[in-house]
Design a protein around this ligand. Structure first.
Ligand SMILES: O=C(O)c1ccc[n+]([C@@H]2O[C@H](COP(=O)([O-])O)[C@@H](O)[C@H]2O)c1
Ligand SMILES: Cc1cc2nc[nH]c2cc1C
Length: 346
């Protein structure tokens, strides 16, 4: 872990200054591209280059895992749906596949902790254990399991950058993972169980009240302070959250932008931020999920979401939807004429 964190430094100030100055010379009124201007400056800072290369090679990695807390009746869906959806991702039939095809984003699928074995050839088999233990009765993971899952995400991010990807997107699949997300978000934001617990895939009022009680009791049982991010992963899981935290750290270590999806990615990013605050310099919030804990997470992360369309699917759909906004922002900075080029008196 120390070795991973030592590789992460803050964004490049000189590249950001150059990008801010270049934005003023492009053929448009200053500030008229709104949030896209700031986004392009941030990408210059991440990559250390002005103007940065347009990140046309992008990949969304869907980390999948199961959750012992499913036994408490916190999700309306059977656990087997996690494994079934892995086969669907591999077959190209999920929403994330459709969005990715539309936006020319590659899809990688990783089994980091699915309860049953998925035999698909087209997925990365990196199972740390077959689902977490129930976070409502004890620790979800051991310290070694946390470390192993973080390493899966970090090492994969490094490999993807070696493969030529210039932008990494987060995705997740795991029935019951909005419960673990809520506990993690409460830990790092200081929010209450009521504020961070939501309907996930879609539960009724009675199940929401029960799920909120599970989160409240788990927070009281484990009492992990925000200063112990690995302890929080051990207490609540999940294996996909740990792998996502590693993946986000890996993107930052390689100076590559990482576009975050919804509430699961938000929870994982909070873990990464607690481990190394500079990681946020490399994070772009793709969207704001309808799950209430996500807005709380984004506030603590200090990130403004690019898209807000009431999505609450996961899989990386919100990140893939936001990706062309990122390429437009960078392409404008890189390819627009300056007033000088165009012979326009500014
Ligand atoms: O990305 C989000 O913000 C999001 C919000 C609600 C649900 N999900 C997805 O739904 C699953 C978890 O929902 P649940 O109700 O089983 O906890 C998991 O596969 C997530 O990818 C994802
Ligand atoms: C069908 C289905 C697809 C999903 N994709 C991400 N989470 C999901 C949960 C369900 C239930």
């Amino acid at each position: 872990m120390e070795e991973y964190l030592a590789r992460i430094g803050p964004a490049d100030e000189a590249a950001m200054r150059a990008a801010t100055e270049r934005q003023l010379r492009l053929t448009k009124p200053a500030g008229s591209l709104g949030v896209l201007e700031e986004l392009s400056v941030r990408v210059a800072g991440m990559t250390g280059v002005c103007p940065p290369a347009v990140p046309t090679a992008a990949v969304v990695t869907v980390f999948a895992a199961d959750h012992g807390v499913h036994a408490q009746g916190v999700s309306p869906w059977p656990q087997e749906v996690t494994a079934a959806m892995l086969a669907n991702f591999a077959g190209g039939g999920a929403a994330v596949n459709a969005f990715a095809a539309n936006n020319r984003v590659d899809v990688r699928v990783v089994d980091v902790g699915v309860a049953s074995d998925v035999d698909e050839l087209d997925i990365v088999h990196a199972k740390v254990r077959a689902g977490t233990r129930d976070l409502s009765v004890g620790k979800a993971l051991t310290a070694d399991e946390v470390q192993a899952a973080v390493a899966v995400g970090f090492e994969l991010a490094c490999q993807l950058v070696l493969d030529g990807y210039q932008c990494l997107l987060t995705g997740d699949m795991g029935i019951a993972n909005t419960t673990a997300s809520a506990a993690l978000i409460a830990t790092f934001s200081g929010g209450t169980a009521d504020e961070v617990t939501g309907r996930g895939t879609g539960i009724d009022d009675a199940t929401l009240a029960h799920k909120t009680e599970i989160v409240r009791a788990a927070l009281a049982l484990h009492e992990v302070p925000a200063s112990e991010p690995l302890g929080a992963l051990a207490a609540y899981g999940g294996l996909e959250h740990a792998a996502l935290a590693g993946y986000i750290l890996g993107a930052a270590a390689n100076k590559v932008p990482v576009i975050l999806d919804g509430v699961i990615a938000g929870a994982a990013a909070l873990v990464a931020q607690a481990l190394e605050p500079a990681v946020i310099d490399y994070c772009i919030a793709g969207h704001r999920s309808a799950e209430p804990g996500h807005a709380v997470a984004l506030k603590t992360l200090g990130l403004q979401p690019l898209v807000d369309l009431d999505l609450r699917l996961g899989e990386g759909t919100g990140a893939v939807l936001a990706y062309p906004i990122v390429t437009c922002a960078v392409r404008a900075l890189a390819e627009m004429a300056t007033f000088e080029d165009a012979g326009i008196e500014a």
